[in-house]
Design a protein. Sequence first.
Length: 190
Amino acid sequence: MTKNKIVLPGEQVSTSEELLPGEGTFEEDGIIRAARVGTYYVDEKHRRAVVKPLTSIPVELKKGDIVLATVNTVRSNMVIAEVVHVMGKNRPISGDTNGTLRVSEISNAYVKDPSTEYAPGDIIRAKITQVKPSVQLATKDRDLGVIESICTKCRRPLYKKDNTLKCENCGNKERRKTAMDYGDYDLKKF
Ligand SMILES: [Zn+2]
């Protein structure tokens, strides 16, 4: 892949045949992936894949911020997601990044069970509706929701076709509350 590219957490940057996993990356089944939002580059001297934070000065979350978050847990009435990036702020985040998305804040349509809309590993674009005492998220708007997700069966990327997401590897079809630019977002616009 191109070097000096802005990457998302979980995105494949290299393979363990090519490089060693360095700072800001991790290895899983021979694939080296980004562990954070940042700029991908290769430390040629040590043959390591590295994902550098975008800048070093941290930013605090504020109500109204549009953020990217990684879904960690899906419960019967809420989703727990870690906020990994504030749009428009190419900086690491300080303070509490553990966000809660209540079932009523997922979509404008009625959602009974969050697991019909989101799955662990999804990257969602969300709005911060509260910071203290806890970080609360909402994904009701059309430009909010999943921007990238992986197949729950084989962990390969899901592609959007009409209104469903399809895995081109195993043929599995899944649904999500997708953002309108699912699979076609531009991180440089952040
Ligand atoms: Zn699959």
